[in-house]
Design a binder for this molecule. Structure first.
Ligand code: F6P
Length: 367
């Protein structure tokens, strides 16, 4: 395929993550070194599905345009997690939901684009898999602060999110101690507890609640009561947004709509209220939310983004399509998209993080 490539496009989809601009930077440098032209698609796939035919949605990316972006948070192309071409509003006045992937592919071809690098999480990569099955030459780059994608040891954005969450937990220790309070910190992560467990261990939390281990709030309260009556006068609890009580469901801010996934949140407040009444200790909840996604990438995420961007171009140059770049230390590999999106990567119960947390006497609320 590489001999036929003259123009490629790059898109960023789903929630933003620190490191997206590093991917764009490296992809543009590597692609222009091949003699290819590069165009950015604005706002995920939306730029190609705009009513005007997509012309406004494409932006030329040369080295000058991306020279100073690798260290910046967000994405210069914009992104959205509300525009799924598999279930997209039609352009006619009815606004029905329909599969517009054929239209997207024909607009892509009309713009004389030969291949696409798309950067995103499980939603974007699932769309990429469908587009690749319909014949669009495509390479995916895994992105998510949640770190819940199969087949890559880590995704960029995760390290920045964990570092910031840890810094926040560090700060909460002193205010919690001053007031002898329990502080409950809710962090993002969707159905996986990666951010919560890593930041919770690094920040030396007393309890960590993750979706993979349904909790019993009474057990959490008993553990904190023992802690507070011992050498410590306060406690820190880290709660993943997807954490759920044994036998209960996850806490939602918005139910799934036809064009969108469900929006999680609210569990931090619930847990704080319950802990206050069960322990009698003053308890406060803090939601870190989108603060975890904003700001500059850590050096690790920047490096990962740069490596992934260059590896995506290498994949196209080698004639590959329908693959995702993946970190399998010490190498970056190209694995089938299908394999990447088949199921979410959850925190393993027998993995190092859980074992270490238990060794540090951190409660998961299960024993
Ligand atoms: O997938 C990344 C993520 O940050 C999740 O952790 C979170 O549930 C979700 O995005 C929130 O996305 P938004 O508020 O942009 O819909």
């Amino acid at each position: 395929m590489s001999s036929k490539i003259h123009r490629i496009a790059i898109s960023t989809g789903g929630g933003d993550a620190p490191g997206l601009n590093a991917v764009i930077h490296a992809a543009v440098y590597a692609a222009t070194a091949q003699g290819w032209e590069v165009y950015g698609i604005r706002e995920g796939f939306e730029g190609l599905l705009a009513p005007d035919g997509g012309n406004e949605g494409l932006v030329k990316l040369d080295r000058r345009a991306v020279r100073n972006i690798a260290h910046l948070g967000g994405t210069i192309l914009g992104t959205t997690n509300r525009g799924n071409p598999l279930q997209h509003k039609s352009n006619d006045s009815g606004g029905r939901m329909e599969d517009r992937t054929d239209e997207l592919i024909s607009r892509f071809r009309a713009a004389k684009l030969d291949a696409l690098i798309t950067v995103g999480g499980d939603g974007t990569l699932t769309i990429a898999h469908h587009l690749s099955q319909k014949g669009l030459p495509i390479v995916g780059v895994p992105k998510t602060i949640d770190n819940d994608l199969q087949s890559t040891v880590v995704t960029f954005g995760f390290d920045s999110a964990v570092s910031f969450a840890t810094e926040c937990i560090d700060r909460l220790h002193s205010t919690a101690e001053s007031h002898r309070r329990i502080m409950v910190v809710e962090v993002m992560g969707r159905y996986a507890g990666w951010i919560a467990i890593h930041a919770g261990i690094a920040g030396r939390a007393d309890a960590i609640l993750i979706p993979e281990i349904p909790y019993d709030i009474q057990k959490v309260a008993d553990h904190l009561r023992r802690r507070i009556s011992g050498e410590k006068s306060y406690a820190i609890v880290v709660v993943a947004e997807g954490a759920k009580p044994a036998g209960g469901g996850i806490s939602l801010k918005e139910k799934a709509r036809t064009d969108h996934v469900e929006r999680l949140g609210g569990i931090g407040e619930t847990v704080a209220d319950q802990l206050q009444s069960l322990t009698g200790n003053e308890t406060r909840a803090v939601v870190l939310g989108h603060l975890l996604r904003g700001g500059s990438p850590s050096s690790l995420d920047r490096l990962l983004g740069l490596n992934f961007g260059a590896a995506a171009v290498r994949a196209l140059a080698a004639g590959k399509s329908g693959v995702m770049v993946a970190l399998n230390p010490p190498r970056i590999e190209h694995i089938p998209l299908e394999q990447a999106v088949s199921k979410l990567r959850l925190v393993p119960l027998d993995g190092n993080a859980v074992i270490t947390a238990r060794a540090l006497e951190i409660s998961f609320g299960d024993e």
